[in-house]
Design a protein around this ligand. Structure first.
Ligand code: 2NE
Length: 270
């Protein structure tokens, strides 16, 4: 695939090809662990993915074939978070998680090698995960003095069930790709050399579908789990659809034309 660079960053690659955006963590020397700057760059790229109407599907991945992401960079962990050049401790990966969850486009994790710790949570939050045969999954928090009790625990439990999620967190074991497939943690496992091809194939299948239907489905899946934030997302999409209707247009046209709105002419449904 001839990926075209959309924007250059220090810690990530951000590329585009035929409606697909590819965000790839580019710190293979650290198994693609993220520092605050990595996450800031990913957030910026996700903003672009949300706003750019050419982008229909997003792939999240890591460079090097040995790791998707190994979580927070422990070498910059300080007092209260991960510390960047400004010396401020941050847990900004939580903001990135919310963006992956709420962007009204499918996000596919393409996992080669390690998806560990906060890196594992990132793939969990993605809508779909395609794994290479060398992928390995797990949480390390309780070993390294951390945990993710948000999506990383509750949404994981929705995916693999309560018992398995507690096992994953309490034991900090690692699971290979076929174990991950068996527990419903990934959608498909392919040989490493086929990973990108298969991921793009899944993107293209989604791109052939109705974007509004995909958008509504994503927010519907989220709404059940995300409380008021989930309902707000789904309701925002309902407002978008309503704005497209002649009935809604009659409302604002009547205001602009300083007349009483005439809603009688629109169809009523049982
Ligand atoms: C991933 C794992 C199991 C791989 O082991 P192995 O033996 O294949 O590789 P190695 O030698 O450990 O790693 C290769 C290089 O990457 C660095 C290592 O230090 C090593 O560097 P050198 O010694 O060659 O210079 N590296 C790997 N992961 C790193 C990391 N996270 N931070 C900094 N450097 C890292 C093994 O590497 C491993 O267990 N890694 C640590 C996984 C981990 O505990 N991640 C943090 C979890 S907490 C978190 O992510 C988090 C959260 O819980 C809540 C909010 C935000 C973040």
């Amino acid at each position: 695939i001839q990926w075209e660079t959309l924007k250059s960053y220090e810690d990530i690659l951000f590329q585009f090809h035929e409606g697909i955006a590819r965000i790839s963590i580019n710190r293979p020397h650290k198994h693609n662990a993220f520092r605050p700057q990595t996450v800031t760059e990913m957030i910026d790229a996700m903003h672009i993915c949300r706003e750019d109407v050419r982008i229909q599907v997003i792939i999240l991945t890591g460079e090097g074939g040995k790791a998707f992401c190994s979580g927070g960079d422990q070498s910059v962990r300080g007092h209260g978070g991960y510390v960047g050049e400004d010396q401020v401790p941050r847990l900004n990966v939580l903001d990135l998680q919310k963006m992956i969850r709420s962007i009204p486009k499918a996000v596919i994790a393409s996992v080669a090698g390690w998806a560990i710790g906060g890196g594992h949570v990132l793939h969990v939050i993605c809508d779909l995960t395609i794994a290479a045969e060398n992928a390995r999954f797990g949480q390390t928090g309780p070993m390294v003095g951390s945990f993710d009790g948000g999506f990383g625990a509750s949404y994981l439990a929705r995916i693999v069930g309560q018992k398995k999620a507690r096992e994953i967190w309490f034991l900090c074991d690692q699971y290979d790709a076929s174990e991950a497939l068996d527990m419903g943690l990934v959608n498909k496992v392919v040989p490493l050399e086929k990973l990108e091809e298969e991921t793009v194939k899944w993107c293209k299948k989604i791109q052939d579908k109705s974007p509004l239907a995909i958008r509504m489905l994503k927010s519907s899946f989220n709404a059940e789990l995300d409380g008021q934030a989930g309902i707000q997302e789904l309701a925002g999409n309902a407002t978008l659809l309503y704005y497209l209707s002649d009935e809604a247009k009659e409302g604002f046209n009547s205001f602009l034309e300083k007349r009483k709105p005439d809603f009688d002419k629109f169809p009523k449904f049982p």
